[in-house]
Design a protein around this ligand. Structure first.
Ligand SMILES: *Cc1c(COP(=O)(O)O)cnc(C)c1O
Length: 348
Protein backbone atom coordinates (compact mmCIF):
# COMPACT_ATOMS: atom_id res chain seq x y z
CA UNK A 1 0.00 0.00 0.00
CA UNK A 2 1.17 3.52 -0.83
CA UNK A 3 -0.02 5.35 2.26
CA UNK A 4 -0.70 9.03 1.65
CA UNK A 5 -3.22 9.48 4.47
CA UNK A 6 -0.79 11.50 6.60
CA UNK A 7 2.86 12.27 7.31
CA UNK A 8 2.27 10.87 10.81
CA UNK A 9 2.52 7.38 9.27
CA UNK A 10 6.30 7.41 8.89
CA UNK A 11 8.20 4.47 10.37
CA UNK A 12 11.39 5.11 12.36
CA UNK A 13 14.39 4.05 10.29
CA UNK A 14 17.11 1.64 11.43
CA UNK A 15 19.49 4.55 12.13
CA UNK A 16 16.84 6.37 14.16
CA UNK A 17 16.15 3.21 16.16
CA UNK A 18 19.89 2.85 16.74
CA UNK A 19 20.05 6.42 18.09
CA UNK A 20 17.12 5.67 20.41
CA UNK A 21 18.72 2.46 21.68
CA UNK A 22 21.82 4.19 23.01
CA UNK A 23 20.26 7.36 24.46
CA UNK A 24 21.14 8.21 28.07
CA UNK A 25 17.91 8.43 30.06
CA UNK A 26 16.57 9.45 33.49
CA UNK A 27 13.22 10.17 35.13
CA UNK A 28 11.93 13.19 33.23
CA UNK A 29 9.30 14.07 35.84
CA UNK A 30 12.28 14.66 38.13
CA UNK A 31 13.99 16.66 35.36
CA UNK A 32 16.64 13.93 35.26
CA UNK A 33 16.57 12.86 31.63
CA UNK A 34 19.63 14.35 29.91
CA UNK A 35 18.41 13.57 26.38
CA UNK A 36 15.06 15.27 26.98
CA UNK A 37 16.75 18.25 28.64
CA UNK A 38 19.13 18.73 25.73
CA UNK A 39 16.31 18.41 23.20
CA UNK A 40 14.25 21.02 25.06
CA UNK A 41 17.22 23.42 25.19
CA UNK A 42 18.05 22.78 21.54
CA UNK A 43 14.56 23.42 20.22
CA UNK A 44 14.02 26.50 22.41
CA UNK A 45 17.21 28.10 21.13
CA UNK A 46 16.46 27.13 17.51
CA UNK A 47 13.39 29.39 17.76
CA UNK A 48 15.08 32.09 19.86
CA UNK A 49 13.06 31.37 23.01
CA UNK A 50 14.12 30.62 26.59
CA UNK A 51 12.63 27.21 27.20
CA UNK A 52 10.69 24.26 25.81
CA UNK A 53 8.70 21.29 27.06
CA UNK A 54 8.56 17.83 25.49
CA UNK A 55 4.99 16.55 25.10
CA UNK A 56 3.48 13.28 23.89
CA UNK A 57 1.45 14.99 21.15
CA UNK A 58 1.09 18.21 19.22
CA UNK A 59 -2.40 18.61 20.60
CA UNK A 60 -1.02 18.64 24.13
CA UNK A 61 1.65 21.18 23.16
CA UNK A 62 -1.03 23.40 21.59
CA UNK A 63 -3.40 23.05 24.52
CA UNK A 64 -0.72 23.71 27.15
CA UNK A 65 0.32 26.83 25.23
CA UNK A 66 -3.22 28.11 24.85
CA UNK A 67 -3.96 27.75 28.54
CA UNK A 68 -0.90 29.86 29.33
CA UNK A 69 -2.23 32.65 27.10
CA UNK A 70 -6.01 32.55 27.61
CA UNK A 71 -7.80 32.46 30.98
CA UNK A 72 -11.08 30.54 31.52
CA UNK A 73 -13.95 32.44 29.88
CA UNK A 74 -11.60 34.41 27.63
CA UNK A 75 -11.30 33.93 23.92
CA UNK A 76 -8.82 32.55 21.42
CA UNK A 77 -9.38 33.38 17.76
CA UNK A 78 -8.05 31.40 14.81
CA UNK A 79 -8.81 30.45 11.22
CA UNK A 80 -11.96 28.32 10.66
CA UNK A 81 -10.11 25.16 9.61
CA UNK A 82 -7.27 25.40 12.13
CA UNK A 83 -6.27 22.12 13.78
CA UNK A 84 -6.77 23.73 17.19
CA UNK A 85 -10.51 24.23 16.58
CA UNK A 86 -11.21 21.38 14.13
CA UNK A 87 -9.01 18.46 15.18
CA UNK A 88 -8.44 18.64 18.92
CA UNK A 89 -11.90 17.53 20.04
CA UNK A 90 -12.85 20.82 21.70
CA UNK A 91 -9.92 20.51 24.12
CA UNK A 92 -9.72 24.26 24.71
CA UNK A 93 -13.26 24.25 26.09
CA UNK A 94 -13.12 20.83 27.71
CA UNK A 95 -9.77 21.22 29.48
CA UNK A 96 -9.20 24.95 29.89
CA UNK A 97 -12.65 26.58 29.85
CA UNK A 98 -11.81 28.94 27.01
CA UNK A 99 -14.00 30.04 24.12
CA UNK A 100 -13.06 30.40 20.47
CA UNK A 101 -14.22 32.28 17.40
CA UNK A 102 -12.88 31.88 13.89
CA UNK A 103 -12.35 33.78 10.67
CA UNK A 104 -12.48 32.06 7.24
CA UNK A 105 -9.52 32.24 4.87
CA UNK A 106 -8.96 30.74 1.42
CA UNK A 107 -6.32 28.03 1.76
CA UNK A 108 -6.07 28.97 5.43
CA UNK A 109 -3.84 31.86 4.37
CA UNK A 110 -3.40 34.72 6.81
CA UNK A 111 -4.30 38.32 5.97
CA UNK A 112 -3.39 40.27 9.09
CA UNK A 113 -6.59 42.33 8.88
CA UNK A 114 -8.86 39.28 9.35
CA UNK A 115 -7.97 38.48 12.98
CA UNK A 116 -7.66 42.16 13.85
CA UNK A 117 -11.20 42.82 12.57
CA UNK A 118 -12.56 39.82 14.48
CA UNK A 119 -10.70 40.45 17.74
CA UNK A 120 -12.43 42.16 20.69
CA UNK A 121 -9.70 42.71 23.28
CA UNK A 122 -10.59 44.23 26.66
CA UNK A 123 -14.33 43.92 26.11
CA UNK A 124 -15.25 44.85 29.66
CA UNK A 125 -17.83 43.17 31.91
CA UNK A 126 -20.44 42.32 29.24
CA UNK A 127 -18.69 40.86 26.18
CA UNK A 128 -16.04 38.16 25.79
CA UNK A 129 -12.47 39.48 25.58
CA UNK A 130 -10.05 38.16 22.97
CA UNK A 131 -6.67 37.50 24.55
CA UNK A 132 -4.83 35.42 21.96
CA UNK A 133 -4.59 34.65 18.25
CA UNK A 134 -3.39 31.27 16.94
CA UNK A 135 -1.75 30.92 13.53
CA UNK A 136 -1.13 27.55 11.87
CA UNK A 137 2.01 27.30 9.69
CA UNK A 138 1.97 25.35 7.47
CA UNK A 139 -1.81 25.18 7.35
CA UNK A 140 -2.88 21.54 7.31
CA UNK A 141 -6.46 21.62 6.03
CA UNK A 142 -5.59 24.66 3.89
CA UNK A 143 -3.41 22.28 1.87
CA UNK A 144 0.00 22.68 3.55
CA UNK A 145 0.08 26.38 2.72
CA UNK A 146 2.85 28.64 4.03
CA UNK A 147 1.81 31.77 5.90
CA UNK A 148 3.47 34.91 4.45
CA UNK A 149 6.00 36.20 6.96
CA UNK A 150 5.02 39.83 6.18
CA UNK A 151 1.43 39.11 7.28
CA UNK A 152 2.68 37.43 10.47
CA UNK A 153 4.98 40.36 11.26
CA UNK A 154 2.22 42.93 10.62
CA UNK A 155 -0.26 40.94 12.73
CA UNK A 156 2.29 40.77 15.53
CA UNK A 157 2.77 44.51 15.65
CA UNK A 158 -1.00 45.20 15.45
CA UNK A 159 -1.89 42.61 18.11
CA UNK A 160 0.83 43.85 20.48
CA UNK A 161 -0.75 47.31 20.33
CA UNK A 162 -4.04 45.72 21.39
CA UNK A 163 -2.43 43.62 24.14
CA UNK A 164 -3.15 40.24 22.53
CA UNK A 165 -0.75 37.30 22.57
CA UNK A 166 0.10 35.10 19.60
CA UNK A 167 0.49 31.31 19.41
CA UNK A 168 2.06 29.44 16.50
CA UNK A 169 0.78 25.95 15.73
CA UNK A 170 4.00 24.98 14.03
CA UNK A 171 3.39 21.25 13.69
CA UNK A 172 4.90 21.61 10.19
CA UNK A 173 6.98 24.76 10.64
CA UNK A 174 9.92 22.67 9.33
CA UNK A 175 8.15 22.35 5.97
CA UNK A 176 7.48 26.10 5.89
CA UNK A 177 11.14 26.84 6.66
CA UNK A 178 12.75 24.62 4.01
CA UNK A 179 10.44 25.99 1.34
CA UNK A 180 10.32 29.71 2.27
CA UNK A 181 13.90 30.05 3.51
CA UNK A 182 12.58 32.04 6.50
CA UNK A 183 14.67 31.09 9.54
CA UNK A 184 13.23 29.44 12.65
CA UNK A 185 14.41 32.45 14.67
CA UNK A 186 12.47 34.79 12.38
CA UNK A 187 9.32 32.68 12.68
CA UNK A 188 9.85 32.32 16.42
CA UNK A 189 10.23 35.99 17.26
CA UNK A 190 6.62 36.87 16.38
CA UNK A 191 5.04 34.46 18.85
CA UNK A 192 4.67 34.12 22.62
CA UNK A 193 4.20 30.36 22.42
CA UNK A 194 4.94 27.79 19.71
CA UNK A 195 4.19 24.11 19.23
CA UNK A 196 6.25 21.91 16.91
CA UNK A 197 5.86 18.21 15.97
CA UNK A 198 8.69 15.73 15.56
CA UNK A 199 6.37 12.93 14.50
CA UNK A 200 5.12 14.34 11.20
CA UNK A 201 7.46 14.74 8.24
CA UNK A 202 10.52 14.59 10.48
CA UNK A 203 9.78 10.92 11.05
CA UNK A 204 10.09 10.47 14.82
CA UNK A 205 7.64 7.95 16.32
CA UNK A 206 6.38 10.31 19.05
CA UNK A 207 6.91 13.79 20.32
CA UNK A 208 6.14 17.47 20.13
CA UNK A 209 7.43 20.47 22.01
CA UNK A 210 5.86 23.59 23.42
CA UNK A 211 8.23 26.58 23.26
CA UNK A 212 7.94 29.82 25.29
CA UNK A 213 9.62 31.84 28.04
CA UNK A 214 10.82 30.16 31.27
CA UNK A 215 7.81 31.22 33.28
CA UNK A 216 5.22 29.81 30.88
CA UNK A 217 7.17 26.59 30.44
CA UNK A 218 7.42 26.10 34.22
CA UNK A 219 3.66 26.52 34.51
CA UNK A 220 3.00 24.30 31.47
CA UNK A 221 5.19 21.61 33.06
CA UNK A 222 2.79 21.51 36.02
CA UNK A 223 -0.23 21.32 33.71
CA UNK A 224 1.39 18.62 31.58
CA UNK A 225 1.63 16.45 34.71
CA UNK A 226 -1.94 17.35 35.64
CA UNK A 227 -3.12 16.31 32.15
CA UNK A 228 -1.37 12.96 32.68
CA UNK A 229 1.53 13.79 30.38
CA UNK A 230 4.38 13.46 32.88
CA UNK A 231 6.66 10.82 31.40
CA UNK A 232 9.66 8.96 32.79
CA UNK A 233 12.66 7.57 30.82
CA UNK A 234 11.62 9.22 27.57
CA UNK A 235 15.14 10.05 26.48
CA UNK A 236 14.67 7.17 24.03
CA UNK A 237 11.93 9.26 22.38
CA UNK A 238 13.85 12.53 22.64
CA UNK A 239 16.80 10.78 20.93
CA UNK A 240 14.55 10.11 17.95
CA UNK A 241 13.76 13.84 17.99
CA UNK A 242 17.46 14.78 18.00
CA UNK A 243 18.05 12.36 15.14
CA UNK A 244 15.13 13.83 13.19
CA UNK A 245 16.45 17.40 13.62
CA UNK A 246 19.97 16.31 12.61
CA UNK A 247 18.94 14.37 9.52
CA UNK A 248 15.41 14.91 8.33
CA UNK A 249 14.74 18.61 7.89
CA UNK A 250 16.28 19.18 4.46
CA UNK A 251 14.76 16.07 2.90
CA UNK A 252 11.32 17.63 3.41
CA UNK A 253 12.01 19.44 0.13
CA UNK A 254 11.79 16.09 -1.66
CA UNK A 255 8.36 15.54 -0.12
CA UNK A 256 7.31 18.92 -1.51
CA UNK A 257 8.52 18.14 -5.03
CA UNK A 258 6.59 14.85 -4.92
CA UNK A 259 3.40 16.52 -3.69
CA UNK A 260 3.61 19.07 -6.49
CA UNK A 261 4.07 16.29 -9.03
CA UNK A 262 0.86 14.61 -7.80
CA UNK A 263 -0.94 17.96 -7.95
CA UNK A 264 0.20 18.49 -11.55
CA UNK A 265 -1.09 15.07 -12.57
CA UNK A 266 -4.44 15.70 -10.86
CA UNK A 267 -4.72 19.17 -12.37
CA UNK A 268 -4.11 17.85 -15.88
CA UNK A 269 -6.92 15.33 -15.49
CA UNK A 270 -9.40 17.69 -13.81
CA UNK A 271 -8.20 21.27 -13.56
CA UNK A 272 -10.67 22.39 -10.87
CA UNK A 273 -9.46 19.79 -8.33
CA UNK A 274 -6.22 21.49 -7.40
CA UNK A 275 -3.98 24.32 -8.54
CA UNK A 276 -0.40 22.98 -8.44
CA UNK A 277 0.82 26.52 -7.71
CA UNK A 278 -1.10 26.41 -4.43
CA UNK A 279 0.77 23.30 -3.28
CA UNK A 280 3.49 24.92 -1.17
CA UNK A 281 4.66 21.85 0.76
CA UNK A 282 3.77 18.17 1.26
CA UNK A 283 -0.05 18.27 1.32
CA UNK A 284 -2.30 17.97 -1.73
CA UNK A 285 -5.96 18.80 -1.20
CA UNK A 286 -8.16 17.52 -4.02
CA UNK A 287 -11.45 19.41 -4.32
CA UNK A 288 -14.10 17.16 -5.86
CA UNK A 289 -16.77 19.89 -6.00
CA UNK A 290 -18.61 19.63 -9.33
CA UNK A 291 -17.82 15.93 -9.76
CA UNK A 292 -20.40 13.19 -9.28
CA UNK A 293 -18.21 11.28 -6.81
CA UNK A 294 -17.63 11.84 -3.13
CA UNK A 295 -14.20 11.90 -1.53
CA UNK A 296 -15.07 8.58 0.15
CA UNK A 297 -15.84 6.99 -3.23
CA UNK A 298 -12.63 8.20 -4.87
CA UNK A 299 -10.68 7.15 -1.78
CA UNK A 300 -12.20 3.64 -2.02
CA UNK A 301 -11.22 3.44 -5.70
CA UNK A 302 -7.69 4.54 -4.84
CA UNK A 303 -7.55 1.92 -2.13
CA UNK A 304 -8.51 -0.80 -4.61
CA UNK A 305 -5.48 0.33 -6.64
CA UNK A 306 -3.16 0.15 -3.61
CA UNK A 307 -3.20 3.83 -2.63
CA UNK A 308 -4.52 5.22 0.65
CA UNK A 309 -5.76 8.83 0.90
CA UNK A 310 -7.91 10.64 3.49
CA UNK A 311 -11.49 11.68 2.79
CA UNK A 312 -11.68 14.63 5.19
CA UNK A 313 -14.99 16.03 3.93
CA UNK A 314 -17.74 15.07 1.46
CA UNK A 315 -15.70 16.47 -1.45
CA UNK A 316 -12.35 16.95 0.27
CA UNK A 317 -9.62 14.41 -0.40
CA UNK A 318 -6.15 14.82 1.13
CA UNK A 319 -2.88 13.21 0.03
CA UNK A 320 0.28 13.76 2.05
CA UNK A 321 3.82 12.89 0.99
CA UNK A 322 6.43 11.90 3.59
CA UNK A 323 9.63 9.97 4.33
CA UNK A 324 7.99 6.66 3.43
CA UNK A 325 7.03 7.77 -0.10
CA UNK A 326 9.54 7.63 -2.95
CA UNK A 327 9.54 8.55 -6.65
CA UNK A 328 8.27 5.12 -7.68
CA UNK A 329 5.27 5.53 -5.39
CA UNK A 330 4.54 8.92 -6.89
CA UNK A 331 4.80 7.50 -10.42
CA UNK A 332 2.20 4.90 -9.48
CA UNK A 333 -0.11 7.52 -7.96
CA UNK A 334 0.27 9.64 -11.07
CA UNK A 335 -0.69 6.68 -13.23
CA UNK A 336 -3.85 5.95 -11.20
CA UNK A 337 -5.24 9.19 -9.78
CA UNK A 338 -5.75 11.15 -13.04
CA UNK A 339 -7.86 8.37 -14.52
CA UNK A 340 -10.07 8.22 -11.44
CA UNK A 341 -10.51 12.00 -11.44
CA UNK A 342 -11.24 12.00 -15.13
CA UNK A 343 -14.08 9.51 -14.61
CA UNK A 344 -15.35 11.38 -11.53
CA UNK A 345 -15.86 14.50 -13.66
CA UNK A 346 -17.10 12.80 -16.83
CA UNK A 347 -20.66 13.70 -17.85
CA UNK A 348 -22.96 10.77 -17.14
C1 LIG B 1 -0.73 16.97 13.57
C2 LIG B 1 -1.01 18.34 13.94
C3 LIG B 1 -1.00 18.73 15.28
C4 LIG B 1 -0.75 17.77 16.43
O1 LIG B 1 -1.43 16.59 16.32
P1 LIG B 1 -1.22 15.38 17.34
O2 LIG B 1 -1.85 14.27 16.60
O3 LIG B 1 -1.91 15.74 18.57
O4 LIG B 1 0.26 15.22 17.55
C5 LIG B 1 -1.21 20.06 15.57
N1 LIG B 1 -1.43 20.94 14.59
C6 LIG B 1 -1.44 20.62 13.30
C7 LIG B 1 -1.66 21.66 12.28
C8 LIG B 1 -1.24 19.29 12.92
O5 LIG B 1 -1.28 18.96 11.64
Amino acid sequence: MIDLRSDTLTQPTEQMREAMLHAPVGDDVYGDDPTVNSLEERVASMFGHEAALFTPSGSMANQLAIRELVKPGEELITESFAHIVRAELGAGAALSGITTRTWPATGGLLRWQDPIELARPDSGPYLVSTTAIAIENTHNFGGGTIQPIEEIAQLRSESLKLGMAMHLDGARIWNAHVESGVSFIEYGKHFDTISVCLSKGLGAPVGSLMIADKEKIASARVWRKRFGGGMRQIGILAAAGHFALDNNILQLKDDHVRARSIAHAAHQAASSTVNPNDVDTNIVVIDLAGSHKSAAEVSAELKAAGILASALGPKFLRLVTHLGIDDNDVAKVNAVLPELLDSAFKLQ
